[in-house]
Design a protein around this ligand. Sequence first.
Ligand SMILES: Cc1ncc(COP(=O)(O)O)c(C=O)c1O
Length: 475
Amino acid sequence: MSPLDISPEEFQSLATRITDLAARFLTALPTLPSFPNVSGQQTRERFGEPLPERGLKGAALERLEDVVAMSRPPSPRFQGYVLGSGEPVAALADLLASVLNQNVTAWRSSPAAVTIEKQVIEWLATAVGCNGFGGSLCSGASAANLMALAMAREARLPSEQGDARSAIVYASSEAHMSIPKAVALLGLGRGSLHLIPTDDAWRMDVRGLQATIEKDVAAGGKPIAVVATAGTVTTGAIDPLESIAAICRQHGLWLHVDGAYGALSAIADPERLRGLALADSLSLDPHKWLYQPVDCGALLYRSAAAARAAFSNTGEYARAFGSDPLEAFAFFEESMELSRRFRALKLWLSLRYHGAEAFRAAIRCDLQHARDLARMIGDCADLELLAPVELSAVCFRYRGRIAEKDSDGINAAILKRLIERGRVYLSNASIAGRFALRACFVNHRTTDSDVAAIVPEVLAASGDVLGTRAATAET
Ligand SMILES: Cc1ncc(COP(=O)(O)O)c(C=O)c1O
């Protein structure tokens, strides 16, 4: 018997302890502070210990209480960044996925898992109106964007034929940081990403795109792709997808849509995202607006042949035998990953457990909550909305009786104080160089009363900050 073996009874007992802990956490979630009351030094001290030489057995689990206590909770009042709330049925599926330990490389290594992942990809594609698209799950949209641009480069400037460094990629100045990162990782050179300015609603200016492409072509450049964003990370703006697709068609460019934040809202509101299906590739993040536990991203694409052209580099040791197309299928031919976890299980179970209608309703509720908050901000003389609310991100700032030159510093202090107060969690954004508070609703737990708590909490935090400043100024 291996010293690593545990009996099924011991597994059951450990699993019960862990699911009990998780259930207690879920029960406490609405009342937990929005950030744990802990410092970096305290976390280091709590977990900084030498690797035990002898196993602690069941006592090892005791420290899980500290892990829970020192975690930032996915509470109903968490509206930071673009982070889904972690649907618990999916979390249970994650446990089983790890026990099954399927390596989702190919059908022959994981027959059920490969079939379920393909099914889930088909569900996602159909749900956002991209019927017939293929694809795969990945760690998140950063990986999906990188793979999409690798496909674009291979499709428009095959690596065997030329110098990929002359390739030009276009995106708006509001594109997510994963786009310049992908361009750099692909060795295209950071200068090959041409950023197009946006209009006053933070959407890519299509006339600017057209003019820049024409100028680049006239100068001998090789445009290969446009990245349109369906839901920018800052304001949730949706680039004009249909107009951008027309420009791509005219110039023979690959159209990648970064829909990490916004594309899945097409499930609830397809009209707003018209044109998604014109993309050659599309990134989606079920760990954002399908409430799945991290990690769960997806890349969808129109042409599996284009994915294979970019990623198929099969070693002899991985060659598939047999001619049944289902059984010969390998994800590693269409993705940069080889070893892959069974991410599809959580999404599959969560979608089957709750049904599409429940997700549609939750997304509609998030959209409504953003509109409600924007209205509450509009009704408050001391607050100012800084950008249109297109999806579920609301960017605003405290205006009160403060000088414009002090606004950034005071709003940064308000955000810090807001998080210290522990009732609401917002993050920050920069809107035309101005510091903004940002609430983003991709949280199935948020209720109307949680939304109603945001403005009073921001005002209370402002009072704390300005009171302290006034007191400091007096002394
Ligand atoms: C528009 C956009 N693209 C890409 C990403 C990166 O996604 P991930 O964190 O899943 O890699 C994000 C993350 O917020 C995003 O909002």
